[in-house]
Ligand binder design. Structure first.
Ligand code: UD1
Ligand code: UDP
Length: 396
């Protein structure tokens, strides 16, 4: 008797969905770790991920370090776009990503946040009818002079699946006409919008323990028994305007005088360059002479978590860092006029000051007098990435 191949067996074999993830800037590399982890631990039989790095960030401490310490797979492609004007970078990314999409034919393109890498990938995919999955959708600062605001609005309106970290984000999308009912299969004209929590909260929970075990930065900087302020600065509105940049550093100089706390500032390369070119030499000399303000190289994520967890206060213009301050119940001075993470301000854990010396000092004083209470559950339950993977499997 002939032995026939079992047709039943063949029909059980599941084909994996190929998704293509585009990353480029530091926070996107960190965010991608959460999804890559969920895919390899829970969705390995359903999803195959191709990673494309645009090369928007390229210094070791802005890119490679995160792949190494967060266990992110090596990118399949690196477009090595590097730095440039918005138009130059976005155009080079758009063209490079389109070529890869035509070759790889993924079921969907996954994008994060609001950078030039985000908008380039959304545009490349949507124009050739590949569904876009936007993680960190719905956030708005309502300030279109911020390049990220243009990127996030445009990316949302080209997306098929929108994963929104907060209730405020859901309300923003609803006002822009997005329907909140869920279709069995989503399309670009009838997208599905989900409130799913924040993948960065997933990551913070996951890596905080590893940071405790592995980070040596507190010892290296002799911070174990010292109250210190952690500061980051990189927004163009602060770095590219000499008045704003000097006002911020004036506030830091006054803060160390008033509190005698050290300020630890892992310096974004953009800011390092602007300090040298925009601040007058006398002011630069004054800054260098203040040993309590310590400008260090950009930190790895495990070191950054250790600094955040142990800081007395955080002063930042970063979207990610202001949220992490909240996760660790640290008071936070936000060096911006608006924020898309409105919850942290509404909770009283953070104050918006812009780049005004007096406002920064007064906010610091107010916050240092408070006991900060937080409810990180407003950012989810630490399982946003697996929720997202599940919906990618069913909705596209
Ligand atoms: C970008 C994102 C911003 C995000 C930030 C995260 C846009 C429009 N902006 O801002 O939303 O918050 O990343 O960090 O996409 N540079 C280096 N080495 C690097 C990377 C940058 O020297 O590895 C310097 C270059 O001089 C470059 C400058 O930093 O011109 C700015 O880099 P760019 O990627 O254009 O913007 P970011 O300020 O990093
Ligand atoms: N971060 C880091 N090292 C640093 C500064 C920031 O690992 O020296 C992390 C930070 O903890 C957060 C993310 O990078 O998870 C935020 O990125 P960034 O401030 O560059 O951009 P934004 O969030 O403002 O887009």
């Amino acid at each position: 008797m002939a032995i026939l191949a079992s047709p039943m067996k063949a029909s059980y074999k599941m084909t994996k969905k190929k998704i293509l993830t585009v990353i480029g800037a530091r926070p996107q590399i960190i965010k991608a770790a959460a999804l890559s982890r969920a895919i390899s631990s829970q969705f390995n039989d359903q999803l195959e991920e191709i990673l494309v790095h645009t090369g928007q960030h390229y210094d070791n401490n802005m890119s490679a370090v995160f792949f190494e310490e967060l266990g992110i797979p090596k990118p399949h492609y690196n477009l090595a776009v590097g730095s440039g004007s918005h138009g130059q970078m976005t155009a080079a990314m758009l063209s490079g990503i389109e070529t890869i999409l035509i070759k790889e034919k993924p079921c969907a393109v996954v994008i994060y946040g609001d950078t030039n890498s985000t908008i380039a990938a959304a545009l490349a995919a949507a124009k050739i009818h590949i569904p876009v999955v936007h993680i960190e959708a719905g956030l708005r600062s309502f300030h279109k002079a911020m390049p990220e605001e243009i990127n996030r609005i445009a990316a949302d309106h080209m997306s098929t699946l929108l994963f929104v970290p907060t209730q405020a984000g859901i309300a923003n999308l609803s006002k822009e006409g997005f329907e909140l009912n869920h279709k069995t299969k989503a399309t670009i004209d009838a997208p599905n919008v989900y409130h799913c929590g924040d993948v960065m909260y997933d990551n913070t929970l996951y890596f905080a323990q590893l940071s405790d075990q592995k980070s040596r930065i507190l010892a290296a900087l002799e911070l174990q028994h010292t109250a210190f302020v952690l500061c980051t600065i990189h927004r163009d509105s602060n770095t590219d305007d000499p008045v704003a940049l000097e006002s911020i550093f004036r506030a830091l100089l006054a803060l160390v005088e008033q509190t005698n706390m050290r300020v630890i500032l892992p310096l974004h390369p953009r800011t390092r360059g602007k300090i040298q070119t925009l601040l007058n030499p006398d002011f630069q000399a004054k800054l260098s002479a203040e040993s309590r303000i310590q400008l260090i190289e950009p930190a790895g994520f495990l070191d950054m978590i250790a600094l955040e967890k142990n800081a007395r206060m955080i002063v930042t213009d970063s979207g990610g860092v202001q949220k992490e301050a909240y996760f660790f119940a640290k008071p936070c001075v936000i060096l911006r006029e608006q924020t898309e993470w409105v919850e942290v301000v509404q909770a009283g854990a953070a104050i918006l000051t812009g780049a005004h010396t007096e406002k920064i000092l007064s906010a610091a004083q107010q916050l240092l007098a408070l006991e900060i209470e937080t409810d990180p559950a407003i950012f989810g339950d630490g399982n946003a990435a697996s929720f997202i993977c599940q919906k990618i499997c069913t909705d596209i």
